[in-house]
Design a protein around this ligand. Structure first.
Ligand code: BDR
Ligand code: CA
Length: 311
């Protein structure tokens, strides 16, 4: 299996991504889960990550708390999407498993130095603050990262938090800029692809029909998650963003994209956090990311239901 570190701000869709990873030990080995401030403040994302591990029956997974605010801006959260806890929907018990003592950024640096170079993949599902802080503090780790597969950005689908920007990049554009300039191979799941991974009624009911606790939670989370996005987009379901990252690691053939140059707007007030993606190759800027544009949505949900049913 591919060794991964999940960096996350759960978030219902982050939670489903974590479950997918923990249900797929043949393809991915989760070395640790790092919480970051994003959808809700750090204390809640660190709590939510542990709730999800316990739900998966894996309380031994190491969960670390990381940065509690972006590199140079005030934290912007998204309770209006995810609810006050970040995981609104079902009733959830408080986690029993401990939070690790080490800071998430130290864990990322130490793990990348300890494991053979090129064998650890980072999977950011929230703002890129922890990853950028690690790269700044320990530039030697850049060449040791196998790949960064992240959810963030948008091109044709433009913004979900401002007209120009996607939430994860908008919350910490400086951090995103550091990651996109790092030279580390990037795979990017922008809104262009996640808005095709819609939680339709039959897809949600397939989770509920499992009759398991994880199945029921995923159904209730996606039920809750829908309320906001279906109203906003008028679509037949809500985009399930973050699980696309883990699905890529398990079944990359479900996705298509282009290897292009992507840069982050860090100055403009109007378009702050925009991912300027050279999709049509109109510049001679060097490609730095595999920017995903499409997925086989039925194949993606078939994978998700098959794996969540294993928990
Ligand atoms: C991203 O923002 C968060 O609200 C979701 O968890 C996802 O990571 C989508 O823009
Ligand atoms: Ca997220």
């Amino acid at each position: 299996p591919r060794k991964i570190i999940i960096d996350t701000d759960p978030g219902q869709d982050d939670a489903v991504a974590i479950l997918l990873a923990l249900a797929s030990p043949e393809e991915v080995e989760v070395l640790g889960i790092c919480a970051v401030a994003g959808n809700v403040p750090l204390a809640l994302t660190a709590r939510n990550a542990r709730i999800v591990c316990e739900l998966a029956g894996q309380p031994g997974v190491k969960v670390f708390a990381g940065c509690d605010r972006p590199l140079s801006r005030k934290l912007v959260t998204a309770e209006y999407v995810h609810g006050a806890t970040g995981l609104d929907g079902p009733q959830l018990p408080d986690p029993v498993m401990p939070l690790q003592d080490r800071h998430a950024v130290d864990f990322i640096i130490e793990t990348l130095r300890a494991e053979p170079a090129g064998t650890v993949t980072l999977c950011p599902l929230g703002p890129l603050t922890n990853i950028a802080t690690a790269l700044q503090r320990a530039p030697d780790i850049a060449s040791r990262i196998q790949e960064i597969v992240l959810m963030g950005g948008a091109y044709f689908e433009v913004g979900n938090v401002t007209p120009a920007a996607e939430f994860n990049i908008y919350v910490d554009p400086q951090a995103a800029d550091i990651v996109f300039r790092s030279g580390v191979p990037l795979v990017v799941m922008p809104l262009d692809v996640t808005h095709k991974a819609l939680t339709t009624r039959p897809r949600i009911e397939a989770f509920r029909a499992m009759g398991t606790e994880p199945g029921r939670m995923v159904a209730e989370w996606t039920d809750f998650f829908e309320r906001f996005d279906v109203q906003k987009y008028g679509s037949e379901g809500a985009p399930l963003h973050d699980p696309c990252v883990i699905a890529w690691l398990i079944r990359p053939e479900l996705f298509t994209g282009r290897h292009i140059n992507v840069e982050i707007e860090t100055q403009s007030e109007l378009t702050l956090g925009m991912t300027v993606a050279d999709w049509w190759g109109v510049t001679d800027r060097k490609p730095n990311a595999l920017f995903i544009g499409d997925l086989d949505a039925d194949g993606f949900y078939a994978l998700l239901t098959e794996r969540i049913a294993r928990l």
